[in-house]
Design a protein around this ligand. Structure first.
Ligand code: G3P
Length: 221
C-alpha cells in the first residue's frame, strides 16, 4: 500500500515524510487556490522537499483535449522524473488521457465518481485512477464503488492502479486499506488523525514515569 499526501503544503509534506513512508504528493486546483500561493510557488516548494523517488501530481486546467495536453506538457516539464499529470475523466479528458499516454506521460485519471469511469480511463492507459471516495459516499456507496473497481481491475489485466482520494475521515481510509487498496491520497490532518491516539501517549508517559521513579532517568541508560 502506498500513502500519498493530498496537499499543497510543502511543510506538512516534509514533516510527514520524516514520520511516515510517503510515496508522494497529489494536488488539485482547489487545494492550490486555497493555499494562497501560485501554482508555480506550490510546485517549487514541493519539489524542494520531495525526494526524487516521491511522485508529484498536478492537474490540468484546460477543458478541451488539446488544451489539456498543452497543460500536461507544462506540468511534466517541471521535473525530470516522477512528475504525473492529473486529467479529469470528462469526454475531453478521456481523449487527453489517450494522447498523454501515447506520449509516455505518467497519467492519473481524476474526478472519478463511478467505478465505470475509472475502468474506462484504465482502458485508455491511465496509470493511476483517483476515485473521490467521500464525494461518492455523499451520492451513494463510495466505498462500495471502489471495492467494485478493485475487482474489475483484478480481472482485467489492465496495469492501472487505484489511488483512492477525497477522504474526510480515518474510517473511510481504514475501510479501503482493509479491502486491499493499492494506494490512498489523504490530507495531512486526516493522516495525523490516523497516527495519533491519546492512549498511546498516556502509555508512554506511564512507562517513562515508572522508569524515572526507579532509575532516576528518562532515557534507557
Ligand atoms: O485531490 C482530489 C481529491 O482528493 C478531492 O478531494 O476533499 O475536494 O473531495 P476533496
Amino acid at each position: 500500500m502506498e500513502l500519498f499526501l493530498d496537499t499543497a503544503d510543502a511543510r506538512a509534506v516534509a514533516e510527514l515524510s520524516e514520520v511516515l513512508t510517503v510515496a508522494g504528493v497529489t494536488t488539485n486546483p482547489t487545494i492550490i487556490t486555497k493555499s494562497g500561493k501560485t501554482p508555480e510557488q506550490v510546485a517549487a516548494e514541493m519539489l524542494a522537499v520531495l525526494s526524487p523517488d516521491q511522485k508529484f501530481f498536478m492537474q490540468v486546467i484546460a477543458e478541451d483535449a488539446e488544451g489539456m495536453l498543452a497543460d500536461a506538457h507544462r506540468i511534466c516539464s517541471l521535473r525530470e522524473k516522477n512528475m504525473c499529470v492529473k486529467i479529469p475523466v470528462t469526454p475531453e479528458g478521456m481523449k487527453a488521457i489517450k494522447a498523454a499516454k501515447a506520449e509516455g506521460m505518467c497519467v492519473l485519471a481524476t474526478a472519478i465518481y463511478t467505478a465505470d469511469q475509472a475502468f474506462l480511463a484504465a482502458m485508455n492507459g491511465a496509470d493511476h485512477l483517483a476515485p473521490y471516495v467521500n464525494r461518492m459516499e455523499s451520492l451513494g456507496d463510495g466505498v462500495g464503488q471502489v471495492l467494485d473497481l478493485i475487482q474489475m481491475l483484478a480481472g482485467s489485466g489492465l496495469p492501472a492502479g487505484i489511488i483512492a482520494a477525497s477522504f474526510k475521515n480515518v474510517y473511510q481510509v481504514h475501510q479501503l486499506i482493509t479491502a486491499g487498496i493499492q494506494a490512498v491520497t489523504v490530507a495531512p490532518d486526516v493522516v495525523w488523525s490516523m497516527i495519533g491516539h491519546p492512549s498511546t501517549q498516556l502509555a508512554v508517559d506511564e512507562f517513562v514515569d515508572a522508569w524515572e521513579a526507579s532509575f532516576g532517568r528518562r532515557t534507557f541508560a
